[in-house]
Design a protein around this ligand. Structure first.
Ligand code: 13P
Length: 243
């Protein structure tokens, strides 16, 4: 099974979502399809989406590291679970760089999600500067070790490798880099969690053209798609690579 997860970021209106849903329905998904679809949608549309979509995992893009209380503007893990969400993205590089999220905060968020049985989808990745300096593995090791410290190892998590320099830039990591880095991440996960089998996705400028090579790359368990997931045709063309 491979995950095809769209991250809508701060995009879409209710009308555009109706159009997107109509667009997706034009595609026939085979009964034995190996694809697990998912969409991470803005908070305001979550309730409607959670009720609408049966076979699509619906997730949020962020969660508070705090329990319910006086945190104006925040959304708790308890609330996400309460509206029936399946998963929640944590540690996206945009949240790290634009909103100052640290590995320690991300760790707290994962623990809160686990407490309420919402599947955490942890994003990790190096910046262009770190990539050029040959520090990718060092950075990923630190992110994984700190973000996953003392979490419940029995509960499932998903990890997405998203090189920051590949996000929204049209530049994708080469297949060699994706293969090598995914293998490294799986090794790290095995040593941190003491088990095999954690899904590792790739994210960063995935589109219908590069999807076949990426999704069939050894060790890649799916894709986390930004821009291309806003367009039903592109989203479904990426997925149909696997049908
Ligand atoms: P793009 O696919 O637009 O590069 O975004 C990737 C991403 O950030 C998904 O979380």
């Amino acid at each position: 099974m491979k995950y095809i997860i769209g991250n809508w970021k701060m995009n879409m209106t209710a009308g555009e979502i109706v159009e997107f849903t109509r667009g997706v329905k034009k595609y026939k998904i085979p009964k034995n399809s190996p694809v697990q679809f998912g969409l991470a949608v803005p908070y305001v549309y979550l309730l409607g989406m959670a009720k609408l979509q049966g076979h699509v995992l619906i997730g949020a893009q962020n969660v508070s590291e705090h329990n319910n209380g006086a945190f104006t503007g925040e959304i708790s893990a308890e609330m996400l679970a309460d509206v029936g969400l399946d998963f929640c993205i944590v540690g996206h590089s945009e949240r790290r760089t634009l909103f100052g999220e640290t590995n320690e905060m991300i760790n707290e968020k994962i623990k809160k999600l686990q407490e309420y049985q919402v599947l955490p989808l942890l994003c990790i990745g190096e910046t262009e500067e770190e990539f050029t300096a040959g520090k990718t593995k060092e950075v990923l090791h630190e992110q994984l070790t700190k973000c996953l410290a003392n979490i419940n190892k029995e509960q499932e998590i998903i990890v997405a490798y998203e090189p920051v320099w590949a996000i929204g830039t049209g530049k994708t990591a080469s297949i060699e880099i994706i293969k090598e880095t995914t293998a490294f991440i799986k090794q790290e996960l095995q040593s941190i969690l003491g088990k095999l089998g954690t899904a590792v996705l790739y994210g960063g400028s995935v589109n219908p053209q590069n999807a076949p090579a990426i999704l069939h790359c050894e060790g890649v368990d799916g894709a986390l798609i930004g821009g291309a997931s806003l367009d039903a045709d592109k989203y479904m063309q990426i997925a149909s690579t696997l049908f």
